[in-house]
Design a protein around this ligand. Sequence first.
Ligand SMILES: *Cc1c(COP(=O)(O)O)cnc(C)c1O
Length: 412
Amino acid sequence: MALINEHYLKLRGGYLFPEITRRLEAFRVAEPAAAKRIIRCGIGDVTEPLPSAVIEAMHNAVDELASRETFRGYGPAAGYEFIRETIAQHDFRGRGIDVDASEIFLSDGSKGDCGHILELLGRGNRVVIADPVYPVYVDTNVMVGNTGEALADGGYGGIVYLPCTPANGFVAAPPAQRADLIYLCYPNNPTGAMIDRRQLRAWVDYALENDAIILYDVAYQAFISEPDLPRSIYEIDGARRCAIEFHSFSKNGGFTGVRCGFTVCPREVAGLTKDGRKITLHELWQRRWNTRSNGVSYVVQRAAEALYSPDGKAQVAALVDHYLTNARILREGFEAVGWKVFGGVNAPYVWAACPDGVSSWEMFDRLLQDANVAVVPGAGFGRCGEGYIRISAFNSRDNIDTAVDRLRKLSW
Ligand SMILES: *Cc1c(COP(=O)(O)O)cnc(C)c1O
């Protein structure tokens, strides 16, 4: 009989979202009328329709495929030149950042890439991950065998967890011990925190000193609203030698259903063979794409390109502004009733501290019962998420206004 990858058996059964679904369903059965009023501020999925520049580009691309003269079949595995050049120009060179089109690899979204990259790396790397964290970084390391068993406290053996709390502004400093692989996500999911240039510089220096690789997730880059914050790790000198950056069009362009993102793998980032030879990851990543994929749909590549047109940029800015205004309304609403809130300024998530002694699941239940508002309990993102809830600003303005009205009427 075929053997399985037993590392999968270490995974704690997808706990967070199934448990939320179970509680919502129980509520629906118990209180069907109230359940109809539920406002979902939980899952991090966009709610507003695609920008019209994107719709137009997709229609045009479909028409091209409909005619023999302009039909296209297989394209380059890592994306057409037109989109890789557009990205390199608008996201990097136009901002004075040295990234070449050949270092950009288009994909069907960055969630996948965050896991696929581990295919290039050996086993036994020491992995550093923030707590609380986007669960994908942890689970993909479990799946490839980089961790030990699940621990009673919710973590996995072998991973170095860095607590992110109000004390460090939810931005951990590099650890004292050596590490090989470091996951950073700023603006952060779930805390909504943002890293500053000095803090990011410390991580790049640490990586260069330790020959470590930083996997830098900027899925929420478009939400950075304050000046002088780093939008890309390549704004920091030396990052081209130690960092791979993951981008997504899901949250800025509303592409969660369209599916497109890209990974930047600079030519200088390298890893070691067991006998001490340096190998650049760029060549391995290119090889991986050529072997495993025929790339992203042509229609979707044209859709992504449209996000960079003048109309597209203006429409993306309006979408981002909509969600950030929602975040501000949520922040102010929670603060008005005496909550301590974080995030929501450079990110579409507000991270709110539960009143003293109330656990994040208790708070989830109370908000569901008393306000009919669904959030995500922070404990689902890691030990240090206990005592917090994540409220998503991805919603219509009406829903956000209603949710805040209901919060104000609660007495805790
Ligand atoms: C939403 C999100 C992504 C993007 O995933 P896609 O596969 O591009 O939709 C990546 N990282 C984080 C932390 C996210 O929240």
